[in-house]
Design a protein around this ligand. Structure first.
Ligand SMILES: Cc1cc2nc3c(=O)[nH]c(=O)nc-3n(C[C@H](O)[C@H](O)[C@H](O)COP(=O)(O)O)c2cc1C
Length: 179
């Protein structure tokens, strides 16, 4: 089984990130050979970066950092569920990334981005160099959801066939990358 960690990068109390995350979780669970695990950055509630040593030394002082480190380390692959804020990715996501270092190295990562007309694509492009710098292995094709709020019905994300096909293709590529 390939353990896929789904990271929800929006922490707002009113957000669509939870609904998109549940859709991704269901698609992962429906994929043969993949197992889903969700980490909600809202629940993880990391303080703003406050480790005295550079994370590459992996000499953390906080229990929460060790837990976060173990969670990322245990994943065979990662899917980031991420909105676009001001043409970029969210501050909580950057904070969560900055806490760790070697844990990201070699990790296969796919992104499910969402937003308005840009579908979060600018957030994806902004995040790519950050993850490349950490040695993560990124998929060439991600899933980008435009005008996401229009697809929320009774609190759940209702995907189109095209979107279901897009995530199936992305998860297949992610599984292949994870080996
Ligand atoms: C602070 C903020 C900035 C935003 N900036 C953008 C943006 O630059 N481009 C875009 O397409 N949507 C933008 N949006 C719209 C969000 O992508 C949309 O509200 C989305 O639902 C946010 O995800 P969330 O509800 O999971 O937090 C912005 C929303 C917020 C709250």
């Amino acid at each position: 089984m390939t353990d896929v960690l789904i990271i929800i990068a929006s922490t707002r109390s009113v957000r669509v990130g939870g609904a998109v995350g549940r859709w991704v979780e269901a698609r992962v669970a429906a994929s043969a050979g993949l197992e889903a695990r969700i980490v909600d950055l809202r629940e993880l509630d990391l303080p703003m970066m406050d480790e005295p040593k550079h994370p590459r030394l992996k000499d953390y002082t906080r229990q929460t950092t060790w837990q976060w480190s173990a969670t990322v380390e245990a994943a065979d692959a990662i899917v980031l569920v991420m909105p676009e804020y001001n043409h970029s990715f969210t501050a909580p996501l950057k904070n969560a990334i900055d806490y760790l270092h070697g844990e990201w190295a070699g990790k296969p990562i796919g992104m499910v981005s969402y937003g308005g007309i840009s579908a979060g694509s600018r957030a994806v492009v902004a995040l790519q160099p950050v993850l490349v710098n950490l040695g993560a292995r990124l998929l060439p094709a991600n899933v980008e959801l435009a005008w996401v709020a229009e697809s929320i019905v009774d609190g759940e994300f209702v995907a189109t066939d095209r979107q279901d096909r897009a995530i199936a293709a992305m998860l297949a590529a992610l599984a292949a990358l994870a080996g």
